[in-house]
Design a protein around this ligand. Structure first.
Ligand code: NDP
Ligand code: GDR
Length: 324
């Protein structure tokens, strides 16, 4: 069988790095789109150097997308690139809309005109459910986004469905709930907690400022979730799927488990700083992955406590080695 080719936007991000590993392990030729930067670090994919091919492009530049599709001729396109941090979306709502919403249309248009046979995955989000209208949330739960990021992702979802129905593209929207790993960005709550717990344990700092400890999330492991993305593109028909663990936990539980892992009492170190409280909150996210289980044969392997402990352990090693 001919080698399959995949193009990943957002390959330098958490999910991009795990997806690239997965596709390489399946024998794919992996191409990644990266933004031009004055300093190219690409830390998350350093270990894949020589195994993947990187090309410059930007979701804001339609021609760069079409050129990349022409060059790489992918069988599968995974659109993971986005402005993905919810609080930033209140400070930069227009930019978030340009990347996270219109960027999807730009990619879909590029596919439609240059590579219509490619299968397309759009990284949609549980943030679209926002002020939830149903518990747990399924593929049929209506959206009620609570941030400019959630609004932009809802646009990305609908335009993906629309291009599938209008132009018969194989385009799917994966509605993924929060997923984390030792490669998670430092500003997201899980990694913020595990990294700072490691620093506190090693005597490098004393206190940890936090926002809303009552917020609830359905947290899974990024390594498990990229496998669901791939499975969606192997189906006979393009459909949308919820990917989640079907468990919900509070930020307080996250903090408790992380501090307990290193034998510390969180209440002696954590304080609430209003700077980390959001203008509007998503209070109770819990996804029902029944369709993914039945149709994709997908199930989460790593559960919440194991995930948090894995991240604390990894951060302890990193901080000891003087890394971030
Ligand atoms: P990250 O923030 O770790 O990675 C985002 C990626 O997008 C980076 O590679 C970044 O590149 C790239 N990017 C941002 N803007 C542009 C642009 N204009 N042009 C090209 N590339 C750009 O996100 P995750 O890996 O965590 O998430 C992947 C996707 O899944 C995102 O779309 C996110 O919104 C979505 N998602 C994530 C969930 C999660 O829990 N992780 C849950 C549901 C959805 P650079 O390195 O140059 O900044
Ligand atoms: P989220 O992730 O907004 O769900 O988006 P994040 O980890 O930033 O927040 C989760 C919850 O924790 C609460 N919280 C804090 N959050 C941060 N970042 N820092 C804090 O100090 C803090 N204290 C409490 C937040 O209020 C929130 O309720 C992630 C991103 O990956 C999106 O791209 C993705 O679409 C969704 O998950 C699903």
């Amino acid at each position: 069988m001919a080698t399959k080719r995949a193009l990943i936007t957002g390959i330098t991000g958490q999910d991009g790095s795990y997806l690239a590993e997965l596709l390489l392990s399946k024998g794919y030729e992996v191409h990644g789109m990266v933004r031009r930067s004055s300093e190219e670090k690409f830390e998350r994919i350093q270990h894949l150097h020589g195994k993947i091919q990187l090309h410059q492009g930007d979701l804001l530049d339609q021609f760069s997308l079409a050129a990349l599709l022409n060059l790489t001729k992918p069988d599968e396109v995974y659109n993971l690139a986005a402005q993905s941090f919810v609080p930033t979306s209140w400070n930069q709502p227009v930019l978030t809309g340009e990347f996270t919403a219109l960027g999807v249309t730009k990619m879909l248009e590029a596919i439609r005109h240059t590579r219509p046979e490619a299968r397309f995955y759009q990284a949609s989000s549980s943030e679209m459910f926002g002020k939830v209208l149903e518990v747990p949330q399924t593929e049929d739960t209506p959206f009620y986004p609570r941030s400019p990021y959630g609004v932009a992702k809802a646009y990305g979802h609908h335009i993906t469905v629309n291009y599938r129905e209008s132009f018969n593209l194989f385009a799917v929207s994966g509605i993924l709930f929060n997923h984390e790993s030792p490669r998670r960005g430092l500003e997201f709550v899980t990694r913020k907690v595990t990294y700072n717990v490691a620093r506190i344990k090693l005597g490098l700092q004393e206190k940890l400022p936090m926002g809303n400890l009552d917020a609830k999330r359905d947290w899974g492991f990024a390594g498990d979730y990229v496998d669901a993305m791939w499975r969606m593109l192997q189906q006979p028909q393009a459909e949308d799927y919820v990917v989640a663990t079907n468990e919900t936990h509070t930020v307080r539980e996250l903090v408790e488990i992380a501090f307990a892992r290193v034998g510390l009492d969180w209440e002696k170190h954590v304080f609430i700083d209003p700077a980390f409280v959001r203008p509007a909150e998503v209070d109770l996210l819990i996804g029902d992955p029944a369709k993914a289980k039945t149709k994709l044969g997908w199930e989460p392997k790593v559960r919440f406590k194991e995930l948090v402990e894995m991240m604390v352990d990894a951060d302890l090693e990193r901080v000891k080695a003087g890394q971030r």
